[in-house]
Design a protein around this ligand. Structure first.
Ligand SMILES: Nc1ncnc2c1ncn2[C@@H]1O[C@H](COP(=O)(O)OP(=O)(O)OP(=O)(O)O)[C@@H](O)[C@H]1O
Length: 627
């Protein structure tokens, strides 16, 4: 390419990343219409929920936490009352030594109560640390399990991935949830006891103090509301950025990224998405500043009024000096506790929003888990029938599989061929019960898959999908999928031999024990064709009743391909075998071939008949030989 051409290509700026918005049925920001009062009213139920979750994890730690809160409250009340007692002699007219001596018992009580409060603080931190890690693990596991167990069709539902991303935030927030709740509760207890003491000293002080702190409370909750609004607006972009980050940085696609010169573009993408996220976040900064300034201004003015009233009461002799001094302390304590209540209350509330997202996702995922029925299937699987089966992907107008009827019998090899997008893979998903038909029935041994426990169906299947996982596990687990059939490795080697991989596996640093993850220390990497052979050995190891191979040899050398088809023929009598392939020569092995076009079966028969039928099969075969 000439340099002019290169410059030309570079003078066209790349298009910005597509604008994606958080979609689906949860696309309405739940905070949009909520008032401050409603938010405060939600706190008890949020705390109850956190307590319930913690209770399920560690009852003793929860009880310990509650006991500590009680002790904190009692200690705060004792401290203030004893301080008031100590103030009278200290502010008296006797000699200093006599005044201190008289105040000593009360001062000792203050010291004891303070030590008790510190001790209970330390114990409550210990209890909280007993709960948090396990709570985080429990929620994380619940989320992973929920996603793994949904009907596969859920992945195609609008907004499912975005809601999953939003739910991930709930898991992250469980790290701080118990700490926030515990701090909130302990500050609340301290505040209630201190303000109780204060109102005993002078009933006028408490309402004034509450008024002084109220603006800070409103400000903190309003800020939380803005933060969540921004989080909500950024969910989709963060989701896409996370995915793109993985694709850009994983070594698996490193060759493609480098050799195709994609690095600059990918960095541009990452930057553009981050800038978009930042733009939204920065746009909110003036709003949060306004909220903070206004709430501080109003709160500060009211606090000034509180101090003025206290001074007026003392100066006019309406309260004794000792009481006024204790009131100053009580106001300080209440104020400190109140701001903690406000800060931690807002944090708890903020967390609750993410928890609600997580719970909504878990509930939704739970509803999307297969609920098909109690029927079971097992070996031997003699017949699989499809009767007028139709399936349309969510959001699509045209069916991917349209009115297909087919019968598969034990011992037969079926080949499915057709152009890209004709519905071959979708058909195999319907046969395996990964998707359920919208119309028509798929039956195994006469049992409709719509009513069969899918786990029993999947126990009978060995599947080599078109795009298969390269698990970062040892070779052994890559073959057994972590479900060994025996204690020794004999059957693993048998499956490895079946795909001609013995030599390659023996050459690895630790043979079957070699970790197949290049990124991890000590890990090894296989070639594309070797990975594909391993995927085949995985399916063969299961000795399935239904063996499905979707383009199983696309990356293999002719020797490997020949070996696999030999093997398929040898083991075919004990099972039903389906091969999806574009290499039409490979369909010679099949007892029956179906040709798919636009979701329908348009031709079927054996190889020799189809070659001479003058239809799509003959045309595709001729094209594949025209080089
Ligand atoms: N997860 C999905 N969500 C929505 N549409 C899908 C999904 N998977 C496939 N489709 C659509 O369904 C149709 C059939 O796809 P399918 O993967 O079954 O074709 P195929 O015959 O296996 O193609 P290929 O030869 O390229 O593997 C296509 O139009 C495709 O766009």
């Amino acid at each position: 390419m000439t340099s002019a051409a290169t410059n030309d290509a570079h003078s066209v700026p790349p298009p910005p990343p597509a604008e994606i918005t958080y979609s689906g049925q949860y696309s309405v920001n739940p905070l949009g219409e909520v008032t401050f009062r409603k938010l405060c009213a939600q706190l008890p139920s949020v705390l109850r929920r956190i307590a319930k979750m913690s209770w399920a994890i560690d009852r003793r730690a929860v009880l310990l936490l509650l006991a500590c809160q009680l002790i904190t409250g009692v200690a705060a009340a004792v401290q203030l009352t004893a301080t008031a007692k100590a103030m009278s002699p200290i502010l008296g007219d006797d000699a200093v030594a006599d005044r201190l001596y008289a105040a000593l018992p009360a001062l000792l009580v203050v010291a004891g109560a303070s030590a008790l409060a510190r001790g209970s603080g330390a114990v409550s931190t210990y209890a909280e640390r007993r709960i948090t890690p396990r709570l985080t693990t429990a929620t994380d596991t619940a989320l992973v399990e929920a996603v793994c167990r949904v009907e596969a069709a859920a992945y195609a539902v609008d907004g499912f991935a975005d809601r999953q991303e939003a739910a991930e935030m709930g898991v992250i927030r469980t790290h701080v949830m118990v700490t926030d709740a515990q701090r909130f509760m302990s500050a609340l207890v301290r505040m209630v006891t201190a303000s109780g003491v204060l109102s005993v000293l002078n009933p006028l002080m408490l309402p004034l103090l509450l008024l002084a702190v109220l603006p800070a409370g409103v400000g903190a909750v309003l800020t939380a509301r803005v933060d969540y609004e921004i989080h909500y607006a950024n969910v989709a972009d963060r989701n896409v950025r996370g995915m793109m980050r993985w694709w850009s940085t994983t070594p698996k696609y490193g060759d493609e990224v480098r050799a195709n010169g994609m690095t600059d573009y990918l960095l541009y993408w990452n930057r553009a998405l981050s800038e978009r996220v930042d733009k939204r976040t920065l746009a909110a900064a003036p709003r949060t500043l306004r909220i903070a300034l206004l709430s501080s201004l109003v709160g500060g003015g009211l606090l000034l009024a509180t101090w003025a009233v206290l001074a007026w009461l003392a100066v006019t002799g309406r309260i004794a000096l000792a009481i006024a001094a204790t009131a100053v302390l009580a106001v300080q304590t209440t104020l400190a506790a109140l701001s903690q209540v406000v800060i931690n209350g807002a944090a708890v509330f903020h967390t609750s929003l993410y928890l609600s997202d997580m719970q909504a996702f878990l509930d939704d995922a739970g509803e999307r888990a297969p609920q098909r029925g109690e029927l079971t299937v097992g070996a031997p699987v003699d017949e699989i029938r499809l009767d007028e089966v139709t399936y349309t992907y969510p959001g699509k107008d045209k069916p991917a599989v349209d009115d297909v009827s087919l019968t598969l019998r034990r011992g037969e090899i079926l080949a499915i061929v057709g152009v890209n997008g004709s519905g071959k893979s979708t058909l195999t998903r319907l046969i395996t019960g990964i998707y359920l038909a919208d119309k028509g029935h798929v039956t195994w041994n006469g049992k409709d898959l719509a009513h069969v426990d899918p786990a029993t169906v999947w126990n009978c299947i060995g599947l080599v999908p078109q795009i298969f996982a390269q698990w970062p596990l040892r070779v052994r687990e890559n073959v057994t999928l972590g479900q060994p059939r025996s204690l020794d490795d004999a059957q693993v080697w048998e499956a490895v031999d079946a795909v001609g991989m013995r030599e390659a596996v023996e050459d690895l640093p630790a043979a079957l024990d070699t970790l197949l993850a290049r990124e991890v220390f000590g890990g090894a990497e296989l070639s594309g064709g070797q990975w594909q052979r391993l995927a085949c050995s995985r399916a063969l190891y299961r000795r399935p009743q239904l063996l499905i191979l979707d383009e199983p040899t696309s990356q293999m050398d002719p020797r490997g391909e020949h070996g696999i088809f030999e093997r398929i023929r040898t083991i075919a009598p004990d099972r039903i075998t389906i091969v999806v392939t574009h290499r039409l020569e490979n369909t010679r092995t099949a007892d029956h071939i179906v040709v798919m076009e636009q979701g329908r079966i348009t031709e079927q028969g054996v190889y020799e008949d189809l070659v001479h039928a003058g239809g799509t099969f003959a045309e595709l075969l001729a094209l594949s030989q025209d080089r």
